[in-house]
Design a protein around this ligand. Structure first.
Ligand SMILES: C[S@@+](CC[C@H](N)C(=O)[O-])C[C@H]1O[C@@H](n2cnc3c(N)ncnc32)[C@H](O)[C@@H]1O
Ligand SMILES: [Zn+2]
Length: 573
């Protein structure tokens, strides 16, 4: 796909007191102290454009399909009606009547309505999003970016609210700079002829929740939350502001809360679940955010479908479809689990919260009954090393990605490489995410070998041993050198127990957990010879997928009020 967007040239010279930041087709002027901008998050912004674009294409296809079906139905009805009428005419010899007109079926799709009053948000169209070649009948979407800061993201696809007056000033300036500024009412028609993008970006100064709650009945297609730290205070409003089939995009940068067990009380109050301490804590972070969104949505008869959930550098970014269905809401219970996690060898034991029983009703009907799960699923000690266990969750235990959706985003990215400054990394990460198994958590051979105090088997050897044992294996996007498997923790530990038999360990103290791990015999002897499926295409993306830590790495901080934009906080909450 080629771009036909005319880029607005950057201002020259750059005004005093500002510096110019250009990201793909967008330019912004940044004044020190003014509004938050983290250039390290360019990847987040690129990914967001690609996901929203892909989601909007899917939605458009769905709407076109529904329109075609409705048209077909109407045509059939009209045909039947006219056949009946002909029959009546023949029977009663009455005057012939014309068949019902089908003209309503050719009406264009309802365009995205302008929402809110003048001062409020926001009407956008995917056509704004750096891509200009869309058909007229395309469904137009409304996007609410609740926490916009400089408006950089908005300029490329959304439009734009912030609580901070300085951020709003910056946003307005940047919106104007990129040719999306407000059209003057008296010039509306003529100005639009010159620049059809005028007026498509609207800026609002206000509290994100107040704005989102004001859209509970007049919902928008996409809500994007990109806060400092946690998105938790905005989730309740966001799940109510988004339409059915709509998209909720969420960033959280508070990984010191979500992905360590330093602040369990804070994690519980923000997300309704406990974090865990293990190398897979970043996947747990994604699952805790999904749990918070799912439980909030359930309260309003809505359910979630995670499309893409990624752990990236110092934050998590999730793209979640929201829909309404009392039947699906009930299923949320069966997609929620707590986990008992070994404090020593990181083995985990799932404790699902609920189960569903299907009973044959009368005729063909099936009754579904929900029950609590029996438990506990494990005793008080780890079955692999006899250490104590900690509880984590409850958290989302269903799939964290929709594989088909990830494939489509990947295809879109490959076809539009020139639009994205971080295309190579996007391809790498999306390729891994596409291949990821829908199982919970991952491990790295290095870490497990550390528990055994043994030499580390290569990824290929570990993968091959699991594949030979009949398990499936994939990588995880969340950590370099990580593996996911359909096997249990015991299956993984058995691979290492077999490995140690071939590569004996020396000088281990009698109190070492390694000896407790080795006290159990492996149930089968692992086969480490190369399995034909041990290399997946995502392995090729290693360098791009797991890049060096960039300069100025970190979530950044709120702009200083009194001068300087130093990053004061080590983490956000
Ligand atoms: C991390 S920045 C957003 C960055 C931006 N999305 C981007 O990609 O460049 C968070 C912004 O949220 C704003 N904010 C914080 N609390 C808010 C609230 N309750 N309502 C609206 N905006 C808020 C802050 O002023 C800040 O500009
Ligand atoms: Zn253990």
């Amino acid at each position: 796909m080629s771009s036909s967007v005319t880029l607005t040239p950057p201002p020259s010279p750059v005004p005093d007191g500002f510096r110019l930041h250009t990201e793909n087709s967008s330019h912004i002027l940044i004044s020190e102290n003014e509004a938050f901008l983290n250039p390290v998050q360019e990847f987040n912004r690129d990914l967001s454009v690609a996901c929203i674009r892909t989601w909007s294409e899917e939605l458009n296809e769905l709407k076109q399909k529904r329109r075609a079906q409705a048209k077909e139905k109407r045509a059939l009805k009209a045909k039947e009606g006219s056949a009946r009428k002909r029959q009546r005419v023949n029977e009663s010899d009455a005057t012939a009547v014309e068949p019902e007109s089908l003209k309503t079926s050719t009406e264009p799709l309802q365009a995205g309505k302008a929402i809110g009053g003048k001062a409020t948000l926001i009407r956008s169209e995917t056509r704004l999003i750096d891509f200009a070649s869309q058909e007229k009948s395309e469904y137009k979407i409304t996007i609410l970016e609740a926490l916009s800061a400089t408006g950089l993201r908005s300029i490329r696809y959304v439009l734009a609210n912030d609580l901070s007056p300085t951020a709003v000033i910056a946003m307005k300036r940047n919106v104007e700079l990129n040719g999306f500024g407000p059209e003057k009412e008296e010039e509306e028609e003529s100005a639009r002829k010159v620049n059809p993008n005028l007026g498509k970006v609207k800026v609002n100064e206000g509290d994100a929740c107040a704005l989102m709650y004001s859209h509970r009945t007049d919902r928008v297609d996409v809500v994007d939350l990109d806060p400092y730290g946690t998105a938790a205070p905005f989730i309740d409003a966001a799940v109510q502001a988004v339409k059915d089939e709509g998209l909720l995009c969420i960033t959280c940068t508070d990984l010191s809360i979500l992905a360590t067990n330093n602040y369990p009380e804070k994690c519980f109050s923000n997300y309704g679940g406990l974090p865990l301490k293990a190398e897979y804590s970043h996947e747990a972070a994604l699952r805790l955010v999904l749990h918070a969104v799912s439980t909030s949505a359930s309260r309003y008869g809505r359910y979630i479908e995670p499309l893409v959930s990624l752990s990236i550098d110092f934050y998590v970014r999730l793209f979640i479809r929201v829909n309404s269905s009392p039947f699906q809401v009930k299923k949320a219970l069966t997609k929620t689990s707590s986990y008992f996690v070994c404090t020593s060898c990181q083995s985990f034991y799932e404790q699902p919260l609920g189960r569903v029983i299907e009973k044959q009703g009368s005729g063909e009907s099936v009754n579904t009954i929900y029950k609590t799960q029996p438990g506990p699923t494990v005793g008080s000690k780890c079955l692999e090393c006899d250490s104590s266990l900690h509880i984590a969750g409850p958290m989302w235990s269903g799939p964290i990605h929709d594989t088909d959706f990830v494939s489509r985003v990947l295809q879109h990215t490959e076809a539009n490489k020139d639009h994205y400054g971080t295309a190579a990394r996007m391809q790498g990460m999306l390729t891994v995410a596409k291949e990821e198994l829908h199982t919970t958590f991952y491990f790295t051979p290095t870490k497990i070998a550390g528990f055994f105090h043994c030499q580390t088997p290569s990824l290929e050897e570990t993968t091959s041993a699991l594949l030979h044992a009949g398990q499936q294996v994939s990588r995880s996007h969340a950590s370099p050198g990580s593996l996911k498997t359909t096997g249990t923790c015991e299956d993984v530990m058995d691979v290492f127990r077999s490995w140690v038999k071939k590569h004996p360990i020396k000088n281990v103290s009698e109190t070492s957990p390694a000896l407790r791990l080795l006290a159990k015999e492996p149930r089968t002897e692992a086969n480490f010879s190369k399995h034909p499926k041990s290399v997946t295409s995502s392995s090729k993306f290693k360098i791009v997928r797991y890049p060096e830590t960039p300069a100025n790495w970190g979530p950044g901080s709120r702009p200083a009020t009194g001068g300087g934009n130093k990053r004061k906080r080590k983490h956000d909450n």
